[in-house]
Design a protein around this ligand. Structure first.
Ligand code: FES
Length: 181
């Protein structure tokens, strides 16, 4: 049996209450995960979140809003930034859930995103090659540009004042797998 998901921006039920969510709200909700779980290959997608050896990368008390800190993880050639957004972000740690970390290699063709953080928009980019920009409040989702994949997000953990990287969500550009350098 084929199931159809209908998404409208302004749908209402008989009582006049809004019952449907916009495409954007749907994609940002957990609903998309429930839907994907029923699809063949979903196990492969989940495998893209990989754990690595815990690595201390910074101190919470030393971070300033809008001033990224560069670090390499999980391999020496994988460049990332740790940034305090000043507003809560998906996967964020710290008291304000606003400390996040992302890979700095564009998911389109590996363009260098180093030095392109825009604090006023909590965005990384535009990429110097084809202008993709990524939203760091929403797990590195593409805002605009040629890339179709979100930026790999570095999984963070806090112990006291120390911030550790513990894994990577997504496949770093140029790597065939998250399990090998
Ligand atoms: S390499 Fe970044 S947009 Fe093409």
């Amino acid at each position: 049996m084929t199931q159809t998901i209908r998404i409208h921006d302004h749908a209402h039920d008989e009582d006049g209450d809004r019952v449907c969510m916009s495409r954007r709200q749907f994609l940002l909700s957990g609903g998309v995960v429930v839907t994907l779980a029923a699809l063949p290959g979903f196990a492969q997608a989940q495998a893209l979140k990989a754990g690595f050896k815990k690595q201390k990368i910074a101190k919470l008390s030393a971070l300033k809003v809008g001033e990224p800190v560069a670090f390499n993880y999980p391999f020496a050639d994988v460049r990332n930034i740790l940034v305090k957004l000043g507003t809560p972000g998906g996967g964020g740690v710290g008291a304000g859930k606003d400390v996040v970390a992302f890979n700095q290699q564009c998911t389109h063709m590996g363009g260098p995103l180093d030095g392109t953080y825009k604090a006023q928009h909590q965005a990384l980019g535009p990429c110097p090659l084809h202008l993709t920009t990524f939203d760091l409040t929403k797990h590195g989702m593409v805002i605009t540009g040629h890339a179709t994949e979100s930026l790999p997000q570095i999984v963070l953990e806090v112990q006291g004042d120390d911030i550790y990287a513990t894994g990577v969500m997504g496949l770093v550009y140029g790597h065939a797998s998250n399990g090998k350098a």
